[in-house]
Design a binder for this molecule. Structure first.
Ligand code: FAD
Length: 637
């Protein structure tokens, strides 16, 4: 497996500019001679497909939803970061860069993160030009609020629907290209494999989810924008359809998977209410701007939160981290919530939550201001819990939310398979071991609007323009393998539903590779996962047929991939003998219970090479170099 990170040298603020100049261009008249496949129509995929279409390439864009507009990005609530410094509160590109590197616990590439901070400015301009209705101040400038891990206000937002509004912007840009004939959109179509010809990614095999028809599509270059894999935990804040299939199948064809154990647990989710729940709901981090997090001081306090007086409350984040208070980053806030609940100081059913309380903010600002800022989130909370958060503190608890791990990419966002580019949450690139809030939307749009359109041209300009046809033996072979796999799922004819297996796997991962991990739990999980996988393949029941709309079959394919992927995740967590960001190994913590990194041995990206299901993968350690930021113990005190 070949790695070339292509990270440019020179002063950090000149790297992206110089790199853009040094990359090759495709002549405008030649662009229409190239076919590009974009898989995914979330913020990353839609922005990339629209931009590539506008540039003149022939683009085919795929998603499994019934509309590009329903990609999971639509769920994003709180906001998008950018170093515009409209607040004049000390922000700068360098500060956003620094906060992001520190927030990721010094496990990301400096050059990529600097570029991200730099491009953040363009993203806001582009979205405003599209008409995205960001909140505004009285004077007309765009408003900002704060998110975790920052002491400045740099988060742009559209109430609690930022993802939806940004996606509408990207979607209209995409639809414009669809109307212009530059982009063809294929909804309800799932990529089930990647086709490699002469060592380059040259196509995909897809299944039409309505008719069940399986066929191949060829192109000169591919872009995976297929989102994250938090649903490996079964319960997560992600949309039910989110999965690892596209990236996992690419991994099996030769794309290295980087840092699969780096998963983010978000501190402010509605606690699980029952065993048969199928999904968890996020309460945006933006709520921590005004909500105060607390638990009773005494374990076992059975009074209703509302009746617990001030002197018996422990505002533990404000107490432990006076500088950042309720806006400590997600990994830290999640661990402290777990600690309080484990001590028996939780509230609500089974004492399984902590309070997020708006009493003081309502008294200070008035209810109408709170409604204006977070009204839709409050409504959502009330509809789900039946409790009125204007009167009773919200109950929250950490839940799986985002995955920093993903396919390894170079500075040009290309994987270890030439021609296969990976953008948005599907790659590993910018967030290290912990993503700061409001940075995923920034990365997805940076990749799609501003990075990939340059870097893919460089690849195309250097590559063979001869088209391949889908009657090439590599396509026939891959297509055959996909058909056999689908048939194998249908043929098991056992007794258990897909969900029952998925739930069991998720529980194991949550307990043993979730918010806290240790060697013995991970070894146990590594022993159990292959057994569970075998049971899955022996006792699965998928009703219906392959040549029809069959959602059980879709789920079965995705869960089969989760069963293979879960093993890699645990292996990566076991190998990383340190704590950093969301990866908390109980053996490696400071006396105060903070994550304890081992920079001497683990300042690297773990990039894994596939060697076969059930076979030990090969680990490639790609060192991280820090020229601008000092590696220090993260402190938010
Ligand atoms: C509830 C919630 C709130 C959030 N709020 C914020 C926030 O306020 N700010 C922030 O910065 N981040 C937020 N995030 C994170 C952010 O929303 C995501 O990281 C981001 O939207 C991911 O975008 P994406 O384009 O990479 O992937 P997605 O939006 O997940 O899109 C994936 C696309 O790939 C397609 N796809 C996947 N697999 C296949 C396949 N095999 N074949 C065909 N198509 C496929 C899907 O159909 C979809 O179109 C939030 C996340 C959640 C869960």
């Amino acid at each position: 497996m070949k790695f070339n990170s292509r990270v440019p040298s020179g002063p950090i603020e000149t790297r992206w500019g110089n790199h853009r100049f040094e990359m090759k261009l495709v002549n405008p008249a030649n662009k229409r001679k190239y076919d590009i496949i974009v898989i995914g129509s979330g913020l990353a995929g839609a922005s990339a497909a629209a931009t590539l279409g506008e540039l003149g390439y022939n683009v085919k864009c795929y998603c499994f939803q019934d509309s590009a507009r329903r990609a999971h990005s639509i769920a994003a609530q709180g906001g998008i970061n950018a170093a515009k410094n409209y607040q004049n509160d000390g922000d700068s590109i360098y500060r956003l860069f620094y906060d992001t590197i520190k927030g990721g616990d010094f496990r990301s590439r400096e050059s990529n993160v600097y570029r991200l901070a730099e491009i953040s400015l363009n993203i806001i301009d582009q979205c405003v030009a599209q008409g995205v209705p960001f909140a505004r101040e009285y004077g007309g400038l765009l408003a900002n609020r704060s998110f975790g891990g920052a002491q400045v206000s740099r988060t742009f937002y559209a109430r609690g629907q930022t993802g939806q509004q940004l996606l509408l912007g990207a979607y209209q840009a995409l639809q414009r290209q669809v109307a212009a004939g530059r982009v063809e959109m294929f909804t309800r179509t799932e990529m089930l494999d990647l086709v490699i010809v002469n060592g380059h990614a040259r196509g995909i095999v897809v299944r039409d989810l309505v008719t069940g028809e399986i066929h191949s599509v060829a192109a000169h270059a591919l872009v995976l924008a297929t989102g994250g894999y938090s649903n490996v935990f079964f319960l997560s804040t992600n949309a039910k359809g989110c999965n690892v299939t596209a990236t996992w199948r690419a991994h099996k064809r030769g794309a290295a998977f980087a840092n699969p154990c780096f998963t983010q647990i978000h501190p402010t989710c509605i606690p699980q209410a029952g065993e048969y729940q199928s999904k968890l709901t996020l309460m945006s981090e933006s709520l921590r701007n005004d909500g105060r997090i607390w638990v009773p001081k005494k374990a076992g306090d059975s009074r209703r939160p509302k009746d617990i007086p001030e002197e018996d409350r422990d505002y533990y984040l404000e107490r432990i981290y006076p500088s950042f208070g309720n806006l400590t980053p997600r990994d830290v806030a999640s661990r402290r919530a777990k600690e309080a609940v484990d001590e028996g100081r939780g509230v609500g059913e089974n004492r399984g939550g902590v309070c997020l309380d708006f009493r003081d903010a309502i008294q200070r600002l008035g209810q109408s201001v709170i409604t204006e800022r977070y009204g839709n989130l409050f409504d959502m909370y009330q509809q789900i819990t039946g409790e009125n958060p204007y009167e009773i503190p919200m109950r929250i608890y950490p839940a799986p939310h985002y995955t920093m791990g993903g396919l390894w990419v170079d500075y040009n966002l290309m994987s270890t398979i030439p021609g296969l580019h990976v953008i948005g949450e599907a790659n590993f690139s910018d967030h290290g071991a912990n993503r700061l809030g409001a940075s995923a939307l920034m990365q997805g749009l940076a990749d799609g609007y501003f990075v990939l359109p340059y870097t893919i041209a460089d690849y195309l300009a250097r590559t063979d323009r001869t088209p391949v046809r889908t009657d090439h033996p590599a396509f026939k072979q891959t297509e055959q393998e996909v058909r056999e796999r689908v048939q194998r799922l249908l043929n098991v004819n056992g007794t258990r539903s897909v969900d029952s297996f998925h739930r069991e796997l998720g529980k194991l991962l949550w307990n043993q590779c979730g918010m806290a991990r240790n060697a013995s739990g991970l070894q146990d999980a590594l022993a159990k996962i292959p057994e569970m996988r075998e049971q899955f393949w022996n006792d699965l029941q998928v009703s219906g047929a392959g040549e029809e709309f069959n959602q059980e079959l879709e789920k079965a394919g995705r869960v089969a991939d989760f069963f293979e992927f879960a093993e890699l995740m645990c292996r990566d967590a076991l190998d990383r003998e340190e704590s950093c960001g969301g990866h908390f190994r109980e053996e490696h913590q400071t006396e105060e219970g903070e994550a304890k990194r081992d920079d001497e041995n683990f300042a690297h990206v773990s990039a894994w090479e596939f060697t076969g299901v059930g076979h030990e993968p090969v680990l490639h350690k790609k060192p991280l170099e820090f020229e601008y930021v000092n590696l220090t113990q993260r402190s938010y005190k």
